[in-house]
Design a protein. Structure first.
Length: 150
C-alpha cells in the first residue's frame, strides 16, 4: 500500500513488553496527546473507536470520534487500524495507521509509528497530510516519557 508514507521513530529505554502494555492500555490514555479514549468492543474485535483530543475537551464538549477497522493486533509487536473510507473509496484514499515495536536489546525498544497512504487524495493533499508528523512525534515522546517513568 505504500504510495505515500509518513513514518516516525523513537528509542524507548524499556523492554518491548512494558512499551506494549502502556501503548495498548486503552483505559489509560491520559499521556496520549492525540486520543483521549480508545475503545475496543469485545463483541466487535475487528473495530476500535478513537476519540480525538480537542481544545473543546476542557469545556466538557464531547471529543470527535471515529470507528475504524483494526487491521493488526500482534502482541508486543504491531497495532494498526485502517481508514473507514477504505472500503468504499479505496481508489481515492486508503490509509493504515500503525505502531510497531522492535527489541534492540532487553532494555531498549524502537517504536516505529506512522501511516501508509494510497489513492489519489493523499497524492494531491500530501503537503497537508505531512503536517501531521509533529503530532506523531509528540505522541512518541509522550509515550517514551510515560513508559520510562513507570
Amino acid at each position: 500500500m505504500s504510495n505515500t508514507h509518513l513514518k516516525t521513530q523513537i528509542y524507548i529505554n524499556a523492554p518491548v513488553k512494558k512499551v506494549w502494555q502502556v501503548l495498548t492500555d486503552f483505559d489509560n490514555c491520559e499521556w496520549n496527546p492525540l486520543f483521549s479514549k480508545i475503545e475496543r468492543n469485545p463483541s466487535r474485535p475487528d473495530k476500535i473507536k478513537l476519540s480525538f483530543r480537542s481544545k473543546l475537551d476542557d469545556l466538557g464538549v464531547p471529543s470527535p470520534s471515529l470507528e475504524v477497522d483494526l487491521t493488526a493486533f500482534e502482541e508486543e509487536y504491531r497495532f494498526a487500524w485502517g481508514s473507514p473510507l477504505s472500503e468504499k473509496f479505496k481508489s481515492l484514499i486508503d490509509a493504515e495507521h500503525y505502531f510497531e515495536l522492535y527489541e534492540i536489546d532487553e532494555n531498549t525498544t524502537k517504536l516505529v509509528h506512522g501511516e501508509e497512504f494510497s489513492g489519489i487524495v493523499p497524492k494531491v493533499l500530501w503537503k497537508l497530510i505531512e503536517k501531521v508528523e509533529p503530532a506523531y512525534l509528540d505522541l512518541n515522546r509522550k509515550l517514551k516519557t510515560e513508559v520510562e517513568a513507570a
